[in-house]
Design a protein around this ligand. Sequence first.
Ligand code: ATP
Ligand code: MG
Length: 296
Amino acid sequence: MKAAKIIKRFHVGRADKFRLSDYDPGDTCGLEIQKDVARALLDNGIQRLSDLQERLYANDRWSVLLVFQAMDAAGKDSAIKHVMSGVNPQGCQVHSFKQPSAEELDHDFLWRCAVRLPERGRIGIFNRSYYEDVLVVRVHPELLARQRVPEELKGKDVWKERFRSIRSFERHLADNGVLILKFFLYVSKEEQRKRFLERLEDPAKNWKFSMSDIAERKLWDSYMDAYQDMIRATSRDEAPWHVIPADNKWFARLVIAGTIVEAMEKLDLKFPKADGADHTEMEKVRKALLAEAKER
Ligand code: ATP
Ligand code: MG
């Protein structure tokens, strides 16, 4: 299967009937790729991304927002690390959203993310995001209580209203030059079990294990329902979701890198050209610099 076709397969446009069961976390599109082949393909993607990021920066008009959501141990952090490894750190900002602070709870749920949006010319990565407010907060109603939204605004329509806020927010960003790409790293419950076991059994990975992850695992089905509903309600052409099969890390990374490269290439970013007057000036300076060498 060609790369473009693979990327398209996991791209969700507007999909009111989207079903998670149409996707398989173990999918590799029939690719039985050797590890070093995957590495070479990924390196190629990373190289192209690095070039595109330089153009984005020089161009200084568009920005790129990459949103990552997943269950624990789906490989969000390592996917971000690998995919962005070739990108100049100055042109890239990663932000992880944890449980909201007291100050953050004093604002609407989009606020803390809005202040972290990437500047023009930059790639911004959200490791978790405002989508937590329709995922973990939906699965744990007590978190909604902590958010101190006025009682009369917390009725049964609260999720519908949040989806609407998110759609408007993303529409607004897209209209102002933000390329938005959202990734759901879809890991299976069985693969999560294996990765948790590894974290427990390998002392070098113990630090990654948290008891609360086990509590969330017990709520797996509620999370999957929340993810499905969220994707249905918030995947749009200007801010599409991508459901990334995440049981095979090499495959997830390839699809993510490919998706970002393809979307950024569509922006057709050119290096800015100097105008005529600038050229005359530059030619003068060039000659002066050459002359300096002769004087020595
Ligand atoms: P890792 O995958 O390495 O464990 P992490 O992203 O899970 O990293 P943690 O510090 O373990 O980082 O967890 C952050 C926690 O914060 C998650 O359980 C997440 O659900 C929670 N969280 C994020 N945003 C919100 C929110 N708006 N309301 C409540 N909880 C939130
Ligand atoms: Mg965690």
